[in-house]
Design a protein around this ligand. Structure first.
Ligand code: CU
Length: 657
C-alpha cells in the first residue's frame, strides 16, 4: 500500500494554517500504509500538529512551512489506542505512541460519532433494558421510538469499568420521532454500554417506577400554536461592506490581527493576536482557545449522580460544531471559514461555514459634551465577532470572541439548548433541582469552561500580578478616612498561582511585560476581568472534582510547555483524575518574567427554572482582557465621527444617530 493522496500546492501559506482536505487525506493514508491499519481503525481527529513556537515566530513569508499532522486512533475491536504525528513532506510517521487505556489512571479517546449512533441499537437489543421499559408500561412500538442518549460514563472505580471503553445511556419516551424526548425522561434506568464488546455490561433498573411525564413540549415552529405578530424586520446593512480583511486564515481589523485555527477538541483557536500601535505590531496572545469543559450534576439519584460531561475532551467542541449554513444568528456582512476535518474513519470532509466572522454595532465607545464651549464628541463602538456553535447532546454552546476598537478582547460563551430533565412522581417534591413543568424537574448543575491563554504581551516574557482593594485604616496617612489601597503582588511560582476570585476585595489579575515600560513608566499589560462565580461545589474526594480539578480555581498560571495543552489532560474520558492543571502546577516552576500560559475557569451555576424549558434562552458567561497601561492613551481617539446625514437632526458637525 502506498499513500494515494498528493498534496495540492495551492493554499498553504503559513505554518499555523489548519490542514487542508488533501493534507487530512494524505496523513490518514500515510498512517494506514506505514502502520498497516485495517478497517477497524477509528480516528478521533486528524489535524495540524502545530510547529514549535520558535519555528512559527522565526518563519518568514515565502518559506515553505513544515507540515505535520496529529492523529489519535483506536481499534474499535480491541480498544488499542495510538497517538501519532505524521510528517507530510517526507511521508513518514514520526511519532507512534501507544496510550494505555487499560492501565490506571486509564483515560479513553473521545466518544466518536459512530459510537453515539450505535448505542441506541446496542441498548435496544438488551433484554434487561427491554424488560425495564415493559415494566414502565411501554409496548414494542413505543420501545422502538425511545430516544437513547449516550453520555460519557465518568470514573467511579467500579470493577465493571476497568479496562473498558464505556458510555452510560439514559432513555426518553417519545410520542413520535419528532417529539422532544427531554420532556419525557424515563427515570431509574441507566445502561452502561461497552463500546468495544457492543453490549450492555451493567443495567440499573430501579424497583420504584416513576411515571413518565407525557405532556409534549416541542419547540419546532410547527408546534408553536401562535407566534407573536409585532416583530418588524430589523435589517443590518453595510452598504460598503465590512471593515475587516481576510487573507487565508489571517484576519485584520481596526489595528487588531490574528490567525484563525481549528482543532477537533477545542473548535476555534485564535493564534497570534496582535495590535498595530502606530508602526509597531505588538503581540498580546500567542494562542487562545477553550481546552475543556465540565458539567457536573448535583442530583444523587441513579440517572444523574454520575453525569459530569467534559464536552471538549470527551466529545470535541470542534467535532460537534454546527455547519452554520444551516442557519446563523449573525447578521450583516459575514465571512465564513470552512474547516477540513477527518471523520471517524479518517476520511476528509469539509465542515461548511464552521466559523462566522462579522462586525456588530456596540453602542457608545466614548463621548463628552462640554457645556462651557459646546464641544460635543461621540463615537460609536463596534466589535469584530469570530464565533462558532457546538451542539453536545442536549446543550448548545456558542463561543464568541469579541475584539473592540479600544483594544479590549472578550470571550463570551452562550449557553442554550435543552436542559437535562428528571421525572418526578406526582405529589412528590424534587429536592435536587428546580421543577420546570408538571412532573418534570431539571437537576441543578454547573457549567465550567477553561480558556487557555498563551500570553505574549509585548514579547515572550510575562509576569502575572494579583491586585485587591483594601480599605486603609484611619491614621495620619488617612486623616479623612476616604483612602483605600490597591495591593499588588507577583505570582512567582505555579503552586502560588492557582487562585480564586474574591468579589469583596475586587481581586483581579494583570499580565505584564516587566521588560517593556509604558508612557508612565510602568510595565505594559493587559488586565483579566472575571466574574466571581462559584467554583466547583462538589466535595473534595468526589471523582468529578478530582477529574475536573481545573474547575476548582478561577485562575492558573503555568510555565509554557508544548505538551501541556489541556486543562483536564490529554484523555479525560474515563480518566481517574489528577491530570491536567494540578499535574502541571505540581512542578512548581518559576513563572515570573517567563513564557507563561494563563488558564481561566469560568462558568455558570444553573438552578433550572420553568423559563429554561423547552429550550433555554441564552445564558452568558465569559471573561475580558482589557488593555491596562498597554497604550499611552485611549487608542480609539482616532475614530472618525459618523457621517452626518439628512435624518440626523443634531447640532452642527456632530451626529448622534
Ligand atoms: Cu445549565
Amino acid at each position: 500500500m502506498t499513500p494515494t493522496a498528493q498534496l495540492s500546492q495551492a493554499v498553504t501559506t503559513h505554518p499555523l494554517d489548519p490542514l487542508s482536505e488533501a493534507e487530512v487525506m494524505l496523513a490518514a493514508d500515510i498512517l494506514r500504509a506505514e502502520k498497516r491499519l485495517g478497517p477497524d481503525i477509528r480516528f478521533t481527529h486528524v489535524q495540524l500538529e502545530e510547529p514549535a513556537k520558535q519555528d512559527v515566530l522565526g518563519w518568514r513569508p515565502g518559506a515553505t512551512p513544515a507540515r505535520r499532522a496529529a492523529a489519535t486512533l483506536f481499534d474499535c475491536r480491541t480498544g488499542a489506542t495510538h497517538v501519532a504525528i505524521v510528517d507530510l513532506a517526507s511521508h513518514k510517521v514520526v511519532t507512534w505512541r501507544e496510550h494505555l487505556t487499560k492501565v490506571h489512571p486509564y483515560g479513553q479517546p473521545p466518544v466518536t460519532i459512530e459510537e453515539v449512533f450505535k448505542v441506541g441499537d446496542i441498548v435496544k437489543r438488551d433484554s434487561g433494558w427491554r424488560n425495564a421499559m415493559t415494566r414502565r408500561g411501554l409496548d414494542d412500538d413505543e420501545i422502538e421510538l425511545v430516544q437513547v442518549d449516550p453520555f460519557s460514563a465518568g470514573y467511579f472505580d467500579r470493577e465493571v469499568e476497568k479496562g473498558r471503553r464505556l458510555v452510560s445511556a439514559v432513555s426518553y419516551w417519545r410520542r413520535d420521532a419528532k417529539d422532544n424526548g427531554y420532556a419525557h425522561p424515563i427515570e431509574g434506568v441507566v445502561a452502561l454500554v461497552d463500546l468495544i464488546e457492543d453490549r450492555v455490561v451493567q443495567l440499573v433498573d430501579e424497583e420504584k417506577v416513576v411515571p413518565i411525564p407525557k405532556q409534549s413540549r416541542n419547540y419546532d415552529r410547527a408546534s408553536i400554536r401562535q407566534m407573536r405578530k409585532d416583530v418588524k424586520p430589523l435589517d443590518i446593512v453595510q452598504k460598503e461592506g465590512a471593515s475587516f480583511a481576510v487573507d487565508g486564515w489571517k484576519v485584520s481589523w481596526q489595528n487588531f490581527s490574528f490567525r484563525v485555527g481549528w482543532t477537533a477538541r477545542e473548535g476555534l483557536v485564535l493564534h497570534q493576536i496582535a495590535f498595530r500601535d502606530g508602526a509597531e505590531e505588538r503581540p498580546i496572545v500567542y494562542r487562545a482557545s477553550v481546552t475543556d469543559m465540565i458539567v457536573p450534576y448535583a442530583d444523587p439519584t441513579a440517572n444523574h449522580f454520575w453525569k459530569s460531561a467534559f464536552d471538549a475532551g470527551e466529545y470535541g467542541l470542534g467535532k460537534l460544531a454546527n455547519a452554520l449554513e444551516l442557519g446563523c444568528d449573525c447578521v450583516g456582512h459575514i465571512h465564513y471559514f470552512d474547516v477540513a476535518v477527518a471523520d471517524d474513519f479518517g476520511k476528509p470532509t469539509t465542515m461548511k461555514n464552521a466559523i462566522c466572522l462579522h462586525e456588530e454595532d456596540f453602542g457608545i465607545l466614548w463621548k463628552h459634551y462640554e457645556f462651557r464651549n459646546d464641544t460635543f464628541e461621540v463615537r460609536r463602538s463596534r466589535r469584530l465577532v469570530v464565533s462558532f456553535f457546538s451542539t453536545v447532546g442536549n446543550y448548545d454552546y456558542g463561543f464568541y470572541w469579541y475584539f473592540y476598537q479600544d483594544g479590549t478582547i472578550q470571550l463570551e460563551v452562550k449557553l442554550t439548548g435543552i436542559i437535562q430533565t428528571a421525572a418526578i412522581a406526582p405529589g412528590e417534591s424534587y429536592p435536587w433541582g428546580g421543577m420546570v413543568a408538571d412532573g418534570l424537574g431539571g437537576p441543578t448543575h454547573q457549567h465550567f469552561f477553561n480558556a487557555r491563554l498563551h500570553m505574549m504581551v509585548d514579547g515572550e516574557r510575562n509576569t502575572v500580578t494579583e491586585h485587591e482593594f483594601r480599605p486603609r485604616p484611619w491614621g495620619a496617612d488617612n486623616p479623612y478616612g476616604n483612602v483605600f489601597d490597591t495591593t499588588s503582588r507577583t505570582l512567582a511560582r505555579e503552586r502560588d498561582a492557582a487562585r480564586e476570585a474574591e468579589g469583596r476585595t475586587g481581586r483581579y489579575w494583570k499580565v505584564v511585560n516587566p521588560g517593556r515600560k509604558n508612557s508612565v513608566g510602568a510595565p505594559t499589560g493587559y488586565k483579566l476581568l472575571i466574574h466571581a462565580a462559584p467554583v466547583m461545589l462538589a466535595q473534595e474526594g468526589c471523582y468529578m472534582r478530582s477529574r475536573g480539578a481545573f474547575a476548582t480555581k478561577h485562575v492558573w498560571v503555568t510555565r509554557y510547555a508544548p505538551d501541556e495543552r489541556y486543562a483536564s489532560g490529554e484523555f479525560p474520558n474515563q480518566h481517574a483524575g489528577g491530570d491536567g492543571l494540578p499535574k502541571y502546577i505540581a512542578q512548581n516552576r518559576e513563572i515570573e518574567n517567563q513564557d507563561i500560559v494563563l488558564w481561566h475557569t469560568f462558568g455558570a451555576t444553573h438552578v433550572c427554572r420553568p423559563e429554561d424549558f423547552p429550550v433555554m434562552p441564552v445564558e452568558y458567561t465569559g471573561f475580558t482582557l482589557k488593555p491596562n497601561g498597554f497604550f499611552a492613551e485611549n487608542p480609539a481617539m482616532d475614530l472618525p465621527a459618523r457621517r452626518n446625514d439628512a435624518s440626523c437632526d443634531n447640532r452642527d458637525g456632530a451626529c448622534c444617530c
